[in-house]
Each structure stands twice: as structure tokens, then as C-alpha cells.
Design a protein around this ligand. Sequence first.
Ligand code: HAM
Length: 420
Amino acid sequence: MINNPITSARGMRDIFSPESNCYQELINKTQKILHQYGYQPLFLPLLEKTSLFARGVGEDTDIVGKEMYSFLDRNQESLTLRPEATAGVVRALIQNGMLQQVSRLYAFGEMFRYERPQKGRYRQFQQISVEAFGISDYFLDVELIQIAFDLFGQLNILDNVRLEINTIGLLSEREQFKKSLVNYLKKHENDLDKDSKNRLNSNPLRILDSKDEKTQQILVDAPVLVDYLSDKSIDFYQQFKKLLDLLQIKYYENHRLVRGLDYYCHSVFEWTTDQLGAQSTICAGGRYDGLVKTLGGVDTFAAGFAFGVDRIVLLAQQSLQKKQTKIMVVAGDLLSLEYLLVNLPILRKCLPDISFVLVTQIQSLKNQFKKADKAGADFVLLSGEKERNNQQFTIKNLSNGNQELFNLDQLINFLKKAGE
Ligand code: HAM
């Protein structure tokens, strides 16, 4: 009896080449930029105690309320597959006493959220989370935007993205605003969409994010958060914008941008695109000065953001596809196979950007050329008895059929030129 094959869980993907190469390339490019700005990598556990996210991200957020993969382990402790990295980064710094020692770091890898899967939205997805600590001024907030600006420039997608910014001030200022907003919205409660009605008591600020047209109409005359901010908070925001102007980074102010996680204050931002349908945010973050204290550490300034790797790969596939020369290495007999095996380490060392794929079966040449072509190879590198006896190699260009006989040095020079 044949068993039915087992498939992956919903929203969890297998990513093959060439897409997987694009992921790799994006991570490499981002890491290079982050190192230029002095950010160091931090590797974190995928599993954390559930209470970390409940306390850090917020009980009333969608992430904690509806989207976490939480379970009791064999010791009856509630653990959660991380839905985001910021809370884990802060936990790690407090636990290891590193808050005073490191100020700029990044964490990358898989995150898990139980959302409805669609293009650009998965239940397992990747983020590169960029975090900085102990810096109180808006130069940091601007630096974070500059990092994303540099990456999007390198990926040639600046024309396809839009930077939206807002300030949400301090928690105390937001509390005042929340009261006025709820007072106003209560008068229109019956006309609000279902989600917004539910949020009136749990998380009223998120109502500002509602996409429902009727709710949007109601919000036109609602109180606005800026009117509740102190001069100091407004000044922080003005200086932040001034520096963006200085750097000629174009932005749009969106007074309804509040973000879906509870830990933010002052500047928040999102990079969006209209090229990916409903999943338009490719990167988002802001300042979160209160989080370290909330999680039990000493009061520490902090700000950061996360790149949505999967979405950026979708958007920038063209720039991320790196053409790599591929050579199938083929022998006419067993001794030639050994001859090639011995020479390949030298070739790989001298030509680190070329893939050499050794074909271990001895088959007719016609067959080998056909297979190499099918495998997308650019060249076939060949040795039979004649080449082996003369310490030579035949190289055949599969795109034009040209064939040449070289010694090792000549071959290396030829391939160096071909790879340029
Ligand atoms: P977030 O807005 O929840 O922020 O996620 C950041 C980015 O991750 C989103 O803009 C999006 O590109 C990507 N993303 C989120 N959910 C999914 C999904 N289901 N499938 C694919 N991509 C997704 C945070 O997570 C904060 N920790 C960011 C931050 C870091 N703030 C300060 N430091």
C-alpha cells in the first residue's frame, strides 16, 4: 500500500533555488550595509517564554491575542515560537548584562505568526531586525531610515517604495488622546466596522489603521494625536524630519500610522509599496524607549526596525538574481575522473565565484553535453585519455559550441575572463 505523502503545514514554505539564492543575496547585501554602520549580529533562540511577548509586545495586540504559536512543553511551561525579534533582543541584553556594552545589533531569521496566508504573508517568514540602544536623539532614528534607504537604493527599488512616518509621542500623552478618541468614537459606535468596535475597549489606537471606508469617514473628524503631544515631543519629531530633509530622503507624513505593537513611542515609520497587493509594508519600526524597563531592565533609550525579507525578495527579485557561471566537469574514463578530481580544488581556489559540478558517471559525450545544457551549465570541462596524458583540459562553451584545449594556467585565465 502506498502512503499519502505528507505536506508542509499551511503557510510554511520550502524555498528552492533560484528564489533561495535571492534570499541569500539579500541577507548578504543587508549584512554588508549593517556592518558599515557598525551593527553586530546577535543569534537568538526561536523559542521564548510566552510571557515575554505578552509583556513586551502587548496583551491587546493582534500578534499576542490571535497570532502566536504557543504551547506547553513537557514541563508544562508555556513557550512561544517568536513572532518578532525585538522583545527577544531586549531580553537577551538584560539577561546577559550587555546593555551597557553593545549599542547596535541585528538579529535575523524565522518568525512565526498564525495569519491567513497569501502572497507576501506567511506563517513562517523571515525578518532582519535592526536594533540600537542607549541613544536618545533623533540622529539614531534617522540612521535607521538611512540603512533601509541604502539597501533599497542598492536593490534599485527606491522608485517603488514610499516612506511613511509619524510620531506617537509618549505613553502618557497617548493615554490622554486615547480617552478623547474613545469618547468621540463611542458616539459613532454603531457605524464602526466589527474589528474597530472590538478595539474600542482593547486597543482603540489601532482603529486609526482601519481600512473600512465607513470607519475612515468617521475618523475624518476624530481628534488627532499631534494635538495631545508636548512641545518636547513635537520638537523631537520636527528635528527628525529636518534631518530627513537634509539627507534628501523623501517621506510622507501619515498621522494615522500607529503600528501594531505596543512598545513604540515618538517616531514610527513604515516603508510601503503598491507592487505587492495587500501586503504592502516591506519594512517597519520606530523608537521604543520604554521596552527595556517594561521587560525588567534599567531605563534605556532604544529604536529599531525590521526588514520583511520575503516581501523584499518578491519586490527586488531582478536585482537579487546573481548570474553565476556554472561548469559541468565530465570525464571520458575512470582515470580521467581521478585526474579531474585532483585538479578541481586548484580551480575552485583560483575561481571562487564559479560553480564546478563533477559528473561522476562515465557516459557518451553527446549524452553529457545534452545533460549539461539541461542543467543550465555555461561550459563543459572535459578530460579523456589525451587531455590527461598531456596535462590539459578541453573546455566547451555551450552557448556558441566553441571548444578549446588548454593547460591549467591557460584554463584559469580563460575562465577568469569569461566570468567577468
Ligand atoms: P512588524 O511590522 O510586525 O514589526 O514586522 C516587520 C515586517 O515584517 C513587516 O513590515 C513585514 O514586511 C514583515 N512581516 C510581518 N508579518 C509577516 C508575515 N506574516 N509574512 C511575511 N512578512 C511579514 C516588527 O516585527 C517589529 N519587531 C519591528 C521593529 C524592530 N521595531 C523595532 N525594532
